[in-house]
Structures are given as C-alpha cells and as structure tokens.
Design a protein around this ligand. Structure first.
Ligand code: DC
Length: 222
C-alpha cells in the first residue's frame, strides 16, 4: 500500500508522515532528503550550480541511499552519512538550484520508486501524488497558514529568537513555496483526488488521528 503526502514546508507533513508510518507499521520515505543529499554532494564537489553539464555528470555518478531503521531514517551519499548535514540552512537555501532540473528529478523519481518497491510506505514531498506515485492508494495534501508554518520552522531553528525572525522565516517560506509551485518540472500541486487537510490549528497527534480515520486502517497485529 502506498500513501502519498504532498504539501509546502511547515505544513506538518514530515511529522505526520513519520508518525503515520509508525502507527501503520509502514516504511517512511522522506523524498526531500534525496534532493537535500544531492545538493550536499554538489556543494562538497565544488560544482557551480549554473554548470548544468557538471551537475548532470555528478548526478549520474552519485550514490544516494536512505536507510530506515527503528532509529529513524539515515541518509548516505557515496557511503558517507550526511543525515545531520543535509538539514543545514546552507543546503536548504540551495536545493532549488537542483530540484528544478529535469535530469535530477528523473533520477530521484527512480530512486523513490525503487525504494518503495515491495513495501508498504508513507511517502512525503512535493510531487508524490502528481508524479512519483500517481496511482497511490491514498493521496493527501497538507497545508497551513503561512504565519503558523513560519512559527513551526522558527521553533526548529535554534538561531532565531525573536518575532522579527519569524517574519524572515515567513519570507523564506513564501519564496520556497513560490519556487516549488511555479517550477517547470513537477511543481507542487494539489490534485483533485487528494484528501485536503489544513493543519493550522492542529497538533501532530490530531493530524495523525484524522489521517488514520481517513485511510481507514490502524496497524494490524497478529
Ligand atoms: O521536504 P523538505 O523541506 O526537506 O524539501 C526540501 C526541498 O526539496 C523543497 O524546498 C523542495 C524540494 N523537494 C522537491 O522538489 N520534491 C520533493 N519530492 C521533495 C522535496
């Protein structure tokens, strides 16, 4: 069974997808981690993001792997564990240079489908319902008010500590939303057959309870 979840940053989809996978006994797929991993690789290889040929060569020779265990998911690039590093702002700021490239997306889509083969998964990202798993058993689109999303991101970022920083985070998020939803290949889009959930006034447990109800199943124990 495949459950596909899309939505913008801060909509609560990562937390919900992780907890949902746990409750259902499914494997969690964080597709954004793959774009983060390739961004990390391009930066550590010193490639200029405007060098499309260099990026094409690099994407073809880069090994990206996600390991899911009881301790959560770990991300490896050419065997190097980059789980922590790919969450740094220096990566987040640069992902858009690679996530809009068709040849990068092609490789990631293949990785994501290979990862899912033969498994029950909860996959989250921007193009899970539209491109990667258009035949998913359940499609979900999550969203939240920009101010609330900024507050959530703000509390995750240790360097921010006042109200004006929330404005900066909101500005960054709007910019990312705009880029993600207007790019030529696989833009973030809400498909008509997705279950829509606005999480603005909800906590993570409440979100997961609603999703479980919508999906109509809880983990089967034997
Ligand atoms: O989910 P996240 O915030 O870790 O994703 C980081 C970036 O990766 C996001 O700004 C857009 C991109 N992304 C994408 O283009 N397609 C996906 N399926 C997942 C993420």
């Amino acid at each position: 069974m495949i459950i596909a979840i899309d939505g913008p940053a801060g909509s609560g989809k990562s937390t919900a997808a992780k907890r949902l996978a746990e409750r259902l006994g499914f494997t969690y797929l964080d597709s954004g981690a793959m774009y983060r991993a390739f961004t990390w690789k391009a930066r550590s290889a010193g490639i200029d993001f405007s060098d499309k040929e260099g990026l094409l060569k690099l994407v073809n020779e880069t090994d990206i792997r996600i390991d899911c265990s009881a301790n959560g998911s770990e991300v490896f690039v050419d065997g190097v564990n980059v789980t922590g590093e790919i969450r740094q702002p220096s990566i987040t700021e640069n992902i858009h240079h690679v996530s809009g490239l068709e040849f990068v997306r092609k490789k990631m889509v293949k990785l994501q489908r290979d990862f899912a083969r033969g498994k029950d998964i909860v996959a989250e990202g921007r193009d899970m319902c539209t491109v990667v798993f258009p035949d998913a058993d359940k499609k979900i689109y999550m969203d939240a008010d920009i101010r609330e999303r900024a507050k959530r991101r703000h509390s995750e970022l240790e360097t921010c500590d006042d109200e004006s920083d929330i404005d900066n985070v909101a500005e960054d998020l709007s910019q990312r939303d705009h880029r993600d939803s207007t790019r030529q290949f696989a833009p973030l889009k809400r498909v008509p057959d997705a279950f829509y959930l606005d999480t603005t006034n909800m906590n993570a447990e409440g979100v997961v309870d609603i999703l479980i109800k919508e999906i109509g199943r809880e983990q089967q124990t034997d």
